[in-house]
Design a protein around this ligand. Sequence first.
Ligand SMILES: [Fe+2]
Length: 388
Amino acid sequence: MITQITRFSFPTQIVFGPGSIKELPQEFAALGASKPLIVTDSAMVKTAAFASILQVLENNDIPYEVFSGVQPNPHDIDVEQGVASYAAAGCDLIVGVGGGSPMDAAKALAVLVGQGGAIEDYDAQSASPEPITGPLPPIVMIPTTAGTGSEVGKCAVITSTAQGRKIFICNPLMMPSRAVLDPELTVSLPPHLTAATGMDALTHNIESLTAPLFHPMCDAVAMKGIELAVNYLSRAVEHPEDIEARGYMMLSAMMGAVAFQKDLGAAHSLSHALSAVCGLQHGLANAIVLPFVMDFNKTVCAKEYALIAREFGVPIHTMNEAEAAEAAVAKIRELNAKIGIPAALGAVGVTAQQLAEISSKAFRDPCHLTNARSCTHEDLEGLLKQAL
Ligand SMILES: [Fe+2]
C-alpha cells in the first residue's frame, strides 16, 4: 500500500555522445559562466583525454585554470587548495574531470566556494552539520571512467587530514548542473580498470534495484542500467576502442548513480571496509563480494534477481523464481571470470587475520542498512569468510 509522500528528483542535465566535450562552450554560456576551474588529479593531466578537453577550451578562447592537486582519496587540504586557486584565478565555474576522486573534490569545492568554512563544518554524520543553503557555483562534470557515477550524485566523500577519517557531505544543491559523458574519453582506460569500474556500476544498479525502499523511478533506471552493463561490460573490456560499448557503459554508470539515490546494500559496506583495511580498489572489491551478497539475498529478492537472469539471456520461463535467482548469481560469477575479476578475496591479498577488522568496519558502514535482506555483524563476517 502507498502511504508516504515521496519526492523524486533527477536534476542534472546530461550531454551524451562521442565528441560531446565539443558542446562545453555552449554549456558554460548557458550557465552564465566564463572561466572554469578544472579540478583533476596529477595522472589525469598527462593524458590525451585531458588534452582534448583543454583543446576545446582553447579553440573557443575560453580562459581556464587547472587545479590538479586531488589525491586518490581526496583530502580536505586538497579542496582548500582548490578553493584558493579558484579565488586567485577569478573563476566562476567548477569543472570536475576524471574518476570519483576529482568529481567528489569538485563538489566539496563548490560548497566551500559558495559558503566558506571548512570541510568538517559540513560533516553529514556530525550532530549539527552546517546547513548547505547555497547559492553554490555551477558544477560541470566530465567523467573519464564508467563506474562511480559521481557526475550525477549529491554527495562528496572527503578525508579529514586531522581526524584521519572520511567525511560525507551531501546536499541536493551539490548535484552538478551538467554531466558531459563523452565515451571517447574512456577508450584508453586499461582492461582491468574498465572491468573493476564497470562492476562498480553494475553493483550500484543491482543494490539499488533490491534496496527495500519505495522508488519506482529508480527501479526502472536500475533495471536499464543492469541491462546495459550485462550487454556491454565484457565488450568494453575486450575491445577498448569500441565506442558503442564504452558509451553504453558510461550510461550504465550514470544510471547506477541516479538509481542509488534509493540507496545501496551490503556489497558496498564490505567493499568500503575492504578498501579501508586492505587498500582494495573500490570496484574490484564490489565485484568480488557481489555474488556472495546476492547468494545471501536471493531468498528475499528472487523476483528482482530473476529479472537480472533474464537480462543475461537465461530462459527464466522454464524455471521457478528461486531457480532463476540462483541463475542470476551464477551469471554474475561467470561475468567476473570473463572480465578477469578473481573469484575470491584471498587472490587479491586479503588474509583471514584481517577479517575481524574488516567486518567491524563494514558493520559500522551505513550501506548495509538498506541491503535487500537485513544483516547482522555475524552475517557480514560470514560473507567475508565465504568470499575469502
Ligand atoms: Fe560504488
